[in-house]
Design a binder for this molecule. Structure first.
Ligand code: ADP
Length: 887
């Protein structure tokens, strides 16, 4: 977290400061804890603490303004490099206030007027250079009061604005999915750290790296928030958006709007509507499930590569890439909505040429969603408008490709792509396809669009021929054939005569500059010409800027239509991308059924399927609401248990986004919640023990899963002693099978759990097949993991084999084999003394796990035949019993 840059010392410094520094200090006060970049000529300067931070974060030289006692630390960046430096500062978590000169320094009387024109913060980025094109840049605002929490999630770069009213315990789940760059919470003064909102925000910060910003409490006050939202949306009641009363969500939304107004200092016209989010409309994924299933990044490295998103992302447009991520984070639950998407994917998958045509058209389109946002904020560049022109011109092509497609989704997308023909025509007429990034140097507006601009340009153009003519005339009159007319920025136009002929320069030539081998002169005629040409050029640039602004404002009147088009472009790209991956990797359309069934034939893990290709062994999975609610999967480590259960969860998740799935066939009933407890993820950084995390996650599942949920548990109970762990795993599975009655997959190395299948209805066993080759004198035992899931339990671990495969030194493996032998011998000795065969002891021994130790003791005591016992045996028994009681 970056340190606050502070403004407290400003007032002491102000008294003896120069006027410019006084202005700086006043603005620093306004900027609060944002770093202030203060425009002075060609530089943005930072002073005092800000300068030290800038120098450290940006690697720029720290110098001083003034000398000696009054020296002020100073570090500056050239104005043209602002973007790249801003990028670094924001990435480091700083908020940056930018103070610009708002009057022409040449016309200024006294100090140039400056104003903070915007504050750039991590969650409010809109510039292409600062944004990642494939990720949303989210600002969240969080308000927690008692048993209720409110959340507003805004993306300034698109205008999307969602409001949530939810339980405080669901806040982290939602925020991890949204991955906000910045979170606003109420500044609760000295008790700040203990406030619920602060604790939740801190948890999200540790998981997603979000910056947390404290805002004044009044910004969250219900009536303030309501007033602001009414004002922003131009409504007198929020009921029209679906809000019921002044909920915490509304309070959070009010603060978000206040913050955007304060930082952007411009219209937020593209935030056109908002809607309360209804969690019941979507598949619920808690944050550990989200992370465990590696939906958007891998657990171990945090990379995109290796995630589900990476495996199924064949989008060709940035809005599609961002849209796909949103779809995977919020899968659907309603059969009708899922089928509608499937229909569209099916139609696009079945028609290769249309799919290629659609993707080709999308590929050449700009990011309309973000351009529309910049248009609203009056930050769109000429290049943005050129991109918009190109994109709008492609829309008829795209619509043409969709002509004749019947799925409702595609038909409505085709309709959404219409309605911007007039704007398209105007942009086409006005904006040059190669328009530059900046507005200062012309080259924006096409010839023939505006008569006045054409006239000014003609003066410049005619100037070229005038100059050529002038050069010819002067060469002739002086008799110097090599005489040249040239231009440079410092001296303007000049006549250049090489030293050989300089004596022949006429008297009215005024010498201006001496260069190597030549002299440069000006004449009155040239000077007059220069003034006219240069002022024409300047006036042409001004004219272009004006025309550019007019066209930009015309586009600004179509924000709603632009957003509709942008949305349609994104959706179409996601659907076409899903169709593409379905065709490329032989995915099938899942069939929706009622009744809680899940039947996957030859399913493949979406990621490993692509990395291992034909080496991946497909597997079936059959679960239903009655006989096969719970599957217990046993098998040695590395056999593929975890892959199998994750694959099942991922296929359900993919199916509920409307995607096809990597399988030969799939039938399923949509689930309401998906829970995955996979492996012991490294949560040390969050200050919790791994076992504590495991149990918290288990508790979450037990408390929240319903009979319509899917739960996958990987090695539950591993983080504690064997008996503890086994007991917990047993009881958790039992509860899920009997009480919750959800569909459950349990991968476990506790073979004992397989006994549940015989004890509980609805529980079935399967295991991962392993082929063994017994060793001989020359070769050790060998095993091969077949990765095939087969019915029935297993009781072998093959730990030694895996250790050997992993290159554990041979002596260690051999020694462990000896120890294992010893342990097994000990086990059978004990079995003999109690007079029970090993096979028959298994059940009672396991049952003992769930009995009170005193009951066990009483039973054993009763069973002892004193006549058969030697004194030594008796002592030994007493010692065992004491051990059982924990002595
Ligand atoms: P376990 O959970 O049983 O310890 P994993 O599921 O982690 O085992 O699988 C270990 C490795 O085995 C995986 O990384 C993968 O390379 C390979 N594997 C797993 N399942 C399959 C499969 N169905 N086909 C091919 N390879 C697989």
């Amino acid at each position: 977290m970056p340190e606050a840059t502070g403004s407290s010392q400003s007032s002491d410094r102000r008294s003896d400061a120069t006027p410019a520094m006084r202005q700086y200090l006043e603005q620093k006060q306004q900027a609060g804890d944002a770093l202030l970049l203060f425009r002075m000529g060609d530089f943005y300067e930072t002073f005092y603490e800000d300068a030290k931070i800038a120098s450290r974060v940006l690697g720029i030289v720290l110098t001083a303004r003034s000398k000696g006692e009054n020296a002020i630390p100073l570090a500056g960046i050239p104005h043209h490099a602002l973007d790249s430096y801003l990028h670094k500062l924001v990435a480091a978590g700083y908020r940056v206030a930018i103070s610009e000169q708002v009057e022409d320094p040449r016309l200024a009387k006294g100090v140039v007027k400056r104003e903070i024109l915007r504050v750039v913060t991590p969650g409010t980025l809109t510039d292409d250079t600062l944004l990642d094109e494939k990720s949303d840049n989210i600002l969240a605002s969080l308000s927690v009061g008692g048993r209720q929490a409110g959340l507003a999630v805004v993306e300034l770069a698109s205008g999307r604005f969602q409001v949530f009213d939810l339980r405080p315990e669901d806040v982290v789940d939602e925020l991890v999915r949204q991955r906000p760059a910045e979170i606003l919470i109420e500044d609760a003064g000295i008790d700040a750290a203990t406030q619920p909102a602060a604790r939740l925000a801190e948890e999200v910060r540790s998981l997603c790296g979000s910056s947390v910003v404290r805002r004044p409490p009044h910004e969250f006050a219900p009536y303030n928030a309501e007033r602001l939202l009414h004002d922003h949306f131009g409504v007198t009641t929020l009921a029209g958006f679906g809000f019921q009363g002044l909920t915490p969500g509304v309070c959070a939304a009010g603060c978000a709007i206040a913050y955007l107004r304060e930082t952007q200092k411009t219209s937020l016209g593209h935030i056109i509507r908002t809607q309360p989010h209804r969690p019941a409309d979507f598949l619920c994924l808690d944050h550990s499930t989200f992370r465990s299933l590696e939906i958007e990044r891998t657990l171990r490295t945090g990379d995109r590569e290796g995630s589900l998103l990476h495996a199924v992302d064949r989008t060709v447009h940035p809005a599609g890439a961002r849209g796909l991520r949103r779809w995977l984070c919020t899968p659907l639950i309603r059969a009708g909505e899922i089928v509608a998407r499937q229909d569209a994917v099916a139609a696009l998958a079945a028609d290769d040429s249309t799919r290629a045509g659609v993707r080709g058209a999308l590929r050449s389109m700009s990011d309309v969603e973000r351009i529309a946002a910049r248009i609203a904020l009056r930050r769109a560049t000429p290049r943005d408008l050129a991109g918009l022109a190109r994109t709008l011109a492609q829309l008829p092509v795209l619509r043409g490709w969709l002509e004749g497609f019947s799925p409702a989704q595609l038909a409505s997308l085709r309709d959404a792509l219409g309605g911007l023909e007039a704007l398209s025509e105007r942009l086409d007429r006005a904006i040059r396809p190669d328009a530059p990034l900046t507005t200062r140097e012309g080259g924006i507006i096409t010839d023939g669009y505006d008569a006045e601009l054409d006239r000014l340009r003609a003066i410049g153009r005619d100037g070229q021929s005038w100059l050529a003519e002038y050069q010819r005339r002067e060469a002739q009159s002086t008799g110097i054939a090599s005489l040249k007319v040239g231009f440079n920025k410092v001296f303007g136009y000049y006549i250049e005569i090489s030293n050989t002929f300089r004596d022949r320069a006429p008297a009215h030539y005024v010498r201006k500059q001496t260069v190597k081998n030549a002299e440069r002169y000006i004449t009155d005629e040239l000077k007059t010409y220069e003034t006219e040409v240069l002022s024409a050029e300047e006036r042409a640039h001004e004219r272009e800027f004006l025309l550019f602004e007019q066209v930009r404002d015309a586009a600004g009147e179509q924000l709603e239509a632009l957003q509709r088009v942008a949305d349609a472009v994104g959706r179409l790209d996601v659907l076409a991308g899903l169709a593409e991956v379905a065709v490329a990797h032989r995915y099938v359309r899942p069939e929706l059924v009622d009744g809680g069934e899940l039947d996957i034939r030859d399913g493949r893990h979406p990621v490993l399927d692509q990395t291992l290709r034909d080496g991946f062994v497909p597997n079936d999975c059959r679960l239903d609401a009655d006989d096969a609610r719970v599957l217990i999967i046993t098998g040695p480590n590395m056999a593929g248990k975890s892959t199998y259960i994750r694959q099942t969860a991922l296929l359900v998740l993919l199916a509920q986004t409307g995607s096809f799935v990597p399988a030969a066939a799939m039938r399923f009933t949509p689930v309401d919640r998906l829970f995955a407890r996979v492996g012991a993820s490294d949560e040390i950084t969050r200050g919790q023990s791994t076992f504590m995390v495991e149990m918290t996650e288990a508790a979450n599942i037990l408390n929240n899963a319903t009979d319509r949920s899917l739960v996958v548990l990987d090695e539950i109970g591993r983080g504690t002693s064997t008996f503890d762990g086994l007991s917990l795993a047993w009881a958790i599975t039992e509860h899920l099978a009997n009480v919750v009655r959800c569909r459950t997959l349990v991968a476990t190395h506790y073979h004992e759990l397989t006994e549940l299948a015989g004890l509980l209805a609805g529980v079935k066993n399967c295991n991962v097949a392993v082929r063994e080759w017994p060793g001989d004198d020359r070769r050790e035992d060998r095993i091969i993991f077949l990765h095939k899931i087969v019915p029935g339990g297993t009781d072998k671990s093959y730990g030694m084999h895996v250790a050997r495969l992993a290159d554990v030194p041979r002596p260690v493996v051999e020694r462990s084999r000896e120890i294992l032998d010893e342990l097994q011998k000990g086990f059978s000795r004990e079995s003999r003394t109690t007079g029970l065969s090993r096979r028959r002891t298994r059940r009672p021994q396991q049952l003992e796990l769930f009995e009170d130790p005193l009951d066990v003791l009483a039973r054993q005591l009763r069973a002892v035949d004193v006549n058969e016992l030697t004194p030594l045996d008796a002592l030994q028994k007493i010692r065992e019993w004491q051990a059982k009681l924990g002595r």
